[in-house]
Design a protein around this ligand. Sequence first.
Ligand code: AMP
Ligand code: FE
Ligand code: FE
Ligand code: ZN
Length: 310
Amino acid sequence: MRAALLRVSLAGCEYPAYDGDMTLAHIADNPPSQGWDLHCHTVFSDGRQTPADMVREACALGLHGVAITDHDTTAGWNDAATAATEYGLHLVRGTEVTADADGVSVHMLAYQYDPHNREISGLFAKLRRARLERTKRMVELISKDYPITWDDVLAQIREGDETTVGRPHIADALIAAGAYPDRSAAFNGAVGSRSPYYIPTPSPDAAVKQAGGVSVIAHAGDPSRNAVLLSDDQIGQLIDAGLDGLEVWHRGNPPQQRRRLLDIASRHHLLVTGGSDWHGQGGKPNRLGENLTDDETVRSIVERGAIPLI
Ligand code: AMP
Ligand code: FE
Ligand code: FE
Ligand code: ZN
């Protein structure tokens, strides 16, 4: 796998070659200033831009590589791979899986798993169907008080059946109806988790491990997502179940939580990753490449995974 990580430098997208002899498994206390953005969403879930836009922008920023991690789907992988090959940028293939640990919502970043594994493709199909039903139910409730219909929400979905539908699409319909200026305002209002219209996403167990993937808890210390964060014990249970890493470098994790997560990672020899949670222009304020993962960590992810790096 090492050869695959050696950079092929193409015009318009150059940066220093990856040093294949760097030592593994050290845990840095500070976020990397260069490397890979391992957390990005596109129009195949709730992002506002295409996989090709993502690759083009990552290339322009001089990132070493980028990961596509749409919610509960692999639908954007092919487009991303085509663009990555065209631009000569490395691509990690992944998915942000919606899960649950004793009532605490967990977003699991799953990397480099076999997309044909029946367990995982079945899980995603089930999750997307359940998400669709839940989103429809939320729209039924919201439409009693706001001028939107389910068709207005469908009009916001870019890739039809291939898009994983969620609250951001309701937010987009509300923006189109003039109820809110942007997604953040909608999330502070009718679509937020504290609103009377809120219905949680359904959450089956992750099948990432069975599909040979590498699993990382996304933004585990972000207090804005859950009233209660995952406890050390809950993280410990996920580690026992085969968790590979923690996403420490994410704008939602405050400094104290970063220290806590780094401490857990070093005690349990977990990978430490970073990612922007980019959702494109107008999707979220998060900027592509604002948080990064270093080369060695990506090498470990690729070595542990079931499919090659692109
Ligand atoms: P859902 O999965 O349908 O419950 O919707 C949650 C998704 O909404 C998350 O994955 C975020 O990407 C997105 N989201 C959460 N807060 C905001 C916000 N303030 N602005 C835009 N998108 C948000
Ligand atoms: Fe999202
Ligand atoms: Fe997330
Ligand atoms: Zn995300």
